[in-house]
Design a protein around this ligand. Sequence first.
Ligand SMILES: *Cc1c(COP(=O)(O)O)cnc(C)c1O
Length: 393
Amino acid sequence: MKFNPAQAIQDLQQFGEFGGVNPSITDSSTYTFLEGETMEETFLGQMEGCFLYSRHWNPSNKYLADALAAMENTESAWITASGMAAITCSLLQLCSSGDHIITSVTTYGGTYAFLKNWLPKYNIQVSFVDITSLEQVRKAMQPNTKVIYTESVTNPLLQVSNIPELAKIAHAANAKLMVDNTFTPMIISPKILGADLVVYSMTKFINGKNDCVAGAICGSNEFVNQLSNVNDGTAMLLGPVLDPLRSSSILKNLNTLHIRMKQHSKNAQFLAENLEKAELKVIYPGLKNHPQNELHKKLMNSDFGFGGMLALDFETEEKANKIMQKMQEAGVGYLAVSLGYFKTLFSCSGHSTSSEIPLDVQKEMGLSEGLVRFSVGLDSNIEDTFQRITSCL
Ligand SMILES: *Cc1c(COP(=O)(O)O)cnc(C)c1O
């Protein structure tokens, strides 16, 4: 039987201070101690269940972290104030000057910019590869390679990463496989498939309300302890802590994630199949013509579908802009970046969320200037949405 991440969350029992069905929200930055000795031990990370200062750990973030660790089947997790903080803190914890990273060339624009422009300033080298070519990944390995980085389903071209094979390549060289699972929570469980670290922008599907920015890192106890170490932990020292009020609202939303993912997937599958029949160029992992359709089936958990992300190639930016404007007027959804919202969002990737990637690289990786990325919403009548889209073409 396949792992069921929704059941893993549901099985948690987290009570509020007065027996509330939701955990209490910690409204404190600092915590009292009855004895001076306990404070020192907490500082040194030797006390379980004690809290010192909210940048280090706070109970609200701990509840959310426990739920995410259950969902990913990792020993532990850490909450951050953004997806970028989760990605950058993890990479900086794993790599020092002189190390090397291999990454998929198709990643979120901010991740690409960090790997391309920021890390080399600190003498960390990065190789960009076509992550669907295991041969290219193997060839890029160096004695100083510390991390293979990818997204389960990549932004914005929706390529599927072969996590088990990438894990083998990484582990044979004593490197870590780090996977951004933002597009496919519950659908794919990277840790179960061999990844060492799973990172999230919770801003997207996990929270699902587009009312805040947040992130998470799921991994081993050892790694989370390193991140939060008071002497050299990147999360502790760079300090991207999420406010407890936000983490408590995200935790509540996490409990409806499985229902939302199923509906996002169902709607996206319907649109993808029908738009393909209407002879549009559709990229969706749930379509038979998708190059990694079989791989995705092999990797996915049962019941959650192929996700809410699909892309339509309108070839030119001009055509894409015109259609997107019309779709917004016709009530298909909003012309906006981001994803995982209850309404459909669409944007032209090359000129928005992937604009950090130089045009020649965009061309090389097959990102057409008219590619419109859709995050399909929770629409109750997707047939009607389909009619509205076709009326705009
Ligand atoms: C949005 C996004 C990020 C960045 O997350 P923020 O919460 O905006 O910092 C990283 N990876 C992917 C795949 C994303 O979609």
